[in-house]
Write a protein that binds this ligand. Sequence first.
Ligand SMILES: N[C@@H](CCC(=O)N[C@@H](CS)C(=O)NCC(=O)O)C(=O)O
Length: 211
Amino acid sequence: MLRLYDNHLSGNGYKPRLLLAHLGQAYERVEVDILKGETRTPEFLSRNRNGRIPVLELEDGTCLAESNAILFYLAEGSRFLPSDPLARAISLQWMFFEQYSHEPFIAVARHWIQHVEMTSAQRALLPEKREGGNAALTVMEGHLRDGNWFGGDAMTIADVALYAYTHVANEGGFEIERYPAVRDWLARVQEEPGHVPMEPASEGVIAPTKS
Ligand SMILES: N[C@@H](CCC(=O)N[C@@H](CS)C(=O)NCC(=O)O)C(=O)O
């Protein structure tokens, strides 16, 4: 059985959880306490040298890290990853956008505000995080004025990747109401059959039913 090393607060961890629910794929979920440094133990580092969740452990013990790589692997052959080369690349385009222009601003601001005691250096960087996050939301708003989804005519892994931290952007101090097309897209993602919320995320074997 697939095993997912995960943390219930993490949008990066939620991405594979959400896709696995849509795929109706059973897996074992292992909660890793990122705030207590459990991602930096020798045991965890043997699964991901980069010391971060999520990590997907395959049945043969191979470990795959990086949330968007995990999405790409899991979605192969499903409706969440198009077969056309250009359509696949467009999904990847938005997933790289998420990692470079979105997550480092929106997820990091949320983490600092919600989960840790902010240092003065982090507090000083917060306006920069706000600016970067709003720039990403503006790009998304522009795209969604012309289309319902990011990777084509239906929901793909690009939407899963972008949904994870956008739907909790308010926790990072972002005003999603300023982005009506993004807000409508969030509702569309939530209305897809098989959708599961970010929390609660139980431990042990998760056996979703296929939507
Ligand atoms: N680019 C990575 C980022 C993963 C990441 O930042 N994981 C955080 C939780 S969201 C983590 O494990 N932090 C614990 C640590 O750095 O020790 C991905 O998309 O999977």
